[in-house]
Design a protein around this ligand. Structure first.
Ligand code: G3H
Ligand code: 13P
Ligand code: NA
Ligand code: ZN
Length: 337
């Protein structure tokens, strides 16, 4: 059935596991997640960004999610708004069947400019009041996501440039200045807003280019999670930007003609450490995007005569399903549906 985030994360906390939250834009991605969940008996969090909602349209998305719960009635499924930028966005998500919303008040409505504490509390409280009246859960965020390796915001990479130095890292997109979560502020924020789950900033960023080396404590601040969990032992913590960007997925994309500079993501063992310290929701999008793209490139490259979309969408769906199964097992949600 469709359930809210609180229901799934309370069970995860009671049983000391984490739950992957996978982003979706289309039918094949929803199918990949549901097939993975069915095989591993996992509870599911499906999330859609604002961009995903506008790409897929709310009506299609709502009915695809209803199809998913109809096909797998025994699996608890959360339908979550990822990075809601305003109460208005969260309200329209609730009107369209979402059972959970993220009010990301760490940034202003433009989703770029860092917001101050009072603004964050004001918009988050407003959404909590509306959502809780309907049984919908709310995720808030305190601190600003972004890599600790890139202190200065810089221009996005120029697409036209040739792919020369394999070891060179793409610069971060503008606005990606990080501001680690202050544990004391996190404690205050949860008391002030009553959010069901709290996203924290620990040096991760969205996308493939998170780190220029395998991260250690200097650039991935897992110790901050431990401190927040000490202060807020009953709050469900959320890790964003938590794709692992596996080497084999990078290699596959490159092997079949894709341009991708060497990069590092968040190692699964670091996430497992987080799960020991209150992390219950782990956001993963990039790994699935890479898996699908590698699979599609392979078909195009090895069998350029094919033009039936099923010939490449089926392998893409299979590749995403494999990533989902890997994460569901690694995070411990397998067997808990
Ligand atoms: O928040 C980032 C997720 O990966 C969604 O990305 O806004 O391009 O749909 P998107
Ligand atoms: P990744 O880009 O690391 O997959 O992060 C996704 C995310 O945090 C969505 O909110
Ligand atoms: Na989210
Ligand atoms: Zn995110």
């Amino acid at each position: 059935p469709l359930v809210n985030l609180r229901t799934v994360l309370d069970h995860a906390a009671a049983n000391s596991y984490g739950v992957a939250a996978f982003n979706v834009n289309n039918m094949e991605q929803i199918q990949a997640i549901m097939e993975a969940a069915n095989e591993t008996e996992s509870p599911v969090i499906v999330q859609a960004s604002r961009g995903a909602r506008s790409y897929s349209q709310d009506n299609y998305l709502r009915h695809l999610m209803l199809a998913a719960v109809e096909l797998y009635p025994h699996i608890p499924v959360v339908m979550h708004q990822d990075h809601g930028n305003s109460p208005k966005t969260c309200i329209s998500a609730m009107d369209n069947g979402f059972t959970s919303v993220m009010m990301d008040g760490s940034l202003l409505e433009d989703a770029k400019t860092p917001a101050d504490y009072d603004y964050n509390v004001k918009v988050t409280k407003e959404v909590v009041a509306l959502a809780h009246a309907k049984g919908v859960s709310v995720e808030g965020e305190i601190g600003t996501l972004g890599s600790l390796e890139h202190k200065e915001p810089s221009a996005a990479p120029k697409a036209a440039e040739p792919h020369d130095a394999d070891l060179e890292q793409e610069p971060e997109p503008e606005g990606a200045m990080s501001h680690l979560t202050d544990p004391e502020e996190a404690e205050r924020f949860v008391a002030d807003t009553k959010v069901d789950a709290l996203a924290v900033a620990i040096g991760t960023s969205h996308g493939a280019y998170k780190f220029t080396r395998k991260p250690d404590g200097d650039i991935l601040a897992m110790n901050v999670i431990e401190e927040i969990h000490r202060r807020l032992p009953n709050t469900h913590l959320v890790m964003h930007g938590s794709s692992s960007v596996p080497q084999e997925l990078q290699d596959e994309i490159r092997k079949y003609g894709g341009k991708m500079n060497q990069t590092w993501g968040v190692p699964v063992e670091e996430i497992q450490r987080g799960i020991k310290h209150g992390v219950r929701k782990i956001n993963v999008d990039t790994d699935n995007r890479m898996a699908m793209t590698g699979a599609i490139r392979k078909v195009f490259s090895l069998t350029p005569e094919k033009f039936d979309p099923r010939d490449y969408l089926k392998p893409a769906r299979e590749a995403m399903k494999k990533v989902c199964i890997d994460r569901m097992v690694a995070f411990g949600q397998a067997g808990h549906a």
